[in-house]
Design a protein around this ligand. Sequence first.
Ligand SMILES: CS(=O)(=O)c1ccc(C(=O)Nc2cccc(-c3cn4ccnc4c(Nc4ccc(C(=O)N5CCOCC5)cc4)n3)c2)cc1
Length: 285
Amino acid sequence: ASPCDRPVPATAGLSHDKWEIDPAELMLLEELGSGQFGVVRRGKWRGSIDTAVKMMKEGTMSEDDFIEEAKVMTKLQHQNLVQLYGVCSKHRPIYIVTEYMKHGSLLNYLRRHEATLDGNIGLLLDMCIQVCKGMAYLERQNYIHRDLAARNCLVGSENVVKVADFGLARYVLDDQYTSSGGTKFPIKWAPPEVLNYTRFSSKSDVWAYGVLMWEVFTCGKMPYGRLKNTEVVDRVQRGVILERPKACHKEIYEVMRKCWCHCPEDRPSFRALKEQLSVVSQGLL
Ligand SMILES: CS(=O)(=O)c1ccc(C(=O)Nc2cccc(-c3cn4ccnc4c(Nc4ccc(C(=O)N5CCOCC5)cc4)n3)c2)cc1
């Protein structure tokens, strides 16, 4: 019988899990950057969809666990989260395919545009509010980021800011990055309970969010300057916090300070932060 009148088998298309992307549908373009994890390139998916393709160097990630988690991550959808489109896991290195953000990381954007951003309180606050909305969504989904910082947020057109790489830290194999004693551990974004017991929670993400607000209002300065990790750990455990950036109104700094309460339960939720920041933002108009 001709193929057109042969019944389509019920399993057609099911062999490809929807989080699995066929590399034949990806056209790899210029390199966007790289790190110890591998290389990131811009890509076109199915001819027209702009993507960023992270090509994970072998040995940097527990791949099978990550591929399992990718099924969950593709379901996390919000206008302030960098959308995971899927993975190419049938070859090595595996590819992590996400939506493309054309202005790169928030940290580099702040540093590159300091001249126009500095003093533009409304725009800086709007960037913080966008990150807060993405994080409030993750909080509602009981999803912990574990490495929130300006370097892990991305900027798209019209100053859209989105949170990236949520949850990815759990799959990094380099224990210099994963253990709080390691040289690559993000000490400056970690609260006391993470430094002492690696106890991650949405409230430890809130602490990191306070540091991200400080990064935004300093247009990308390094928190605690050139202090060594051991000196930062000592200060944080003694309750010494980051000073108010000069471009930052006292009421905005008050919000940051609440994110740095020693006890996690005394810190506001992202839901509460979103309310507080929009009140401040209206007050500015
Ligand atoms: C700690 S870890 O888990 O090992 C880990 C480490 C690193 C990463 C990671 O993704 N890093 C990473 C590195 C480079 C680019 C990315 C990266 C990831 N992306 C996801 C979506 N979009 C992007 C994107 N976009 C870019 C980046 C740079 C430019 C650029 O060249 N510009 C210059 C001209 O002005 C505009 C900006 C443009 C767009 N860059 C991500 C993720 C996880």
